[in-house]
Ligand binder design. Structure first.
Ligand SMILES: Cc1cc2nc3c(=O)[nH]c(=O)nc-3n(C[C@H](O)[C@H](O)[C@H](O)COP(=O)(O)O)c2cc1C
Length: 185
């Protein structure tokens, strides 16, 4: 697929099945993440690849973290949290791994992880897969990081669910550029 066409046709899919990216394709997807813009080359990212039985591990770790964050919410959402990872054959947990730096603030490092996430969604789409970036109750919290065995400076910024869409994809609706661009000519 041509690059512009890939960017213009990417669309999220809530329900994803097999096939999912092969080992070789996944390696390429991760390589695109590692080419995200990165001030001072801090490489402020980590990625947890979750598939197969790993989805149960993710479900249990997420629930255990949510119990610590908000016990009531955990009780109300238990089923949702436990089922969530089964919405796709592959999940990439995107982690902003914040480094102490005298010039590069946290926000820039989080944006860099966001760019890495978008690169992966685009790469997967260019290979014929689809995905969706989710956050929900189990992001942006230290308890989540602890529960996933991450470090104190690691923040989960999203979950990329990746696979083949359950339904045939339609093209995205085109927005009007003029609604968003301010011209200083
Ligand atoms: C940081 C971030 C977090 C998101 N979290 C969720 C989420 O938890 N649940 C959800 O349904 N969509 C979430 N979305 C939106 C979807 O990923 C998707 O962009 C949206 O459904 C619009 O679809 P499109 O990508 O086809 O335009 C999130 C997007 C971003 C950028």
């Amino acid at each position: 697929m041509d690059t512009i066409e890939t960017l213009l046709t990417r669309k999220s899919s809530p329900r994803l099945n097999e096939p999912s990216p092969s080992k070789e394709e996944l390696e390429l997807i991760f390589q695109t993440a590692l080419r995200a813009p990165d001030h001072a080359s801090l490489k402020p990212w980590k990625f947890i690849k979750v598939s197969g039985e790993g989805r149960e591990k993710l479900a249990r770790a997420s629930l255990s973290a949510l119990k610590k964050i908000d016990a009531k919410k955990a009780q109300e959402s238990e089923e949702k949290i436990l089922n969530a990872p089964y919405r796709a054959p592959l999940i990439i947990v995107v982690v902003s791994s914040i480094k102490e730096h005298h010039i590069v603030p946290e926000i820039e490092q989080i944006l860099s992880a966001g760019a890495a996430a978008q690169n992966m969604l685009i790469a997967a789409h260019s290979m014929g897969y689809s995905g969706i970036w989710r956050t929900g109750l189990i992001s942006f919290n230290k308890e989540i990081s602890k529960s996933y065995g991450l470090d104190d400076n690691d923040i989960v910024i999203g979950y990329l669910y990746i696979g083949t869409p359950e339904k045939k994809m339609t093209l995205p609706i085109k927005s009007n550029t003029n609604d968003f661009v301010i011209n200083w000519d």
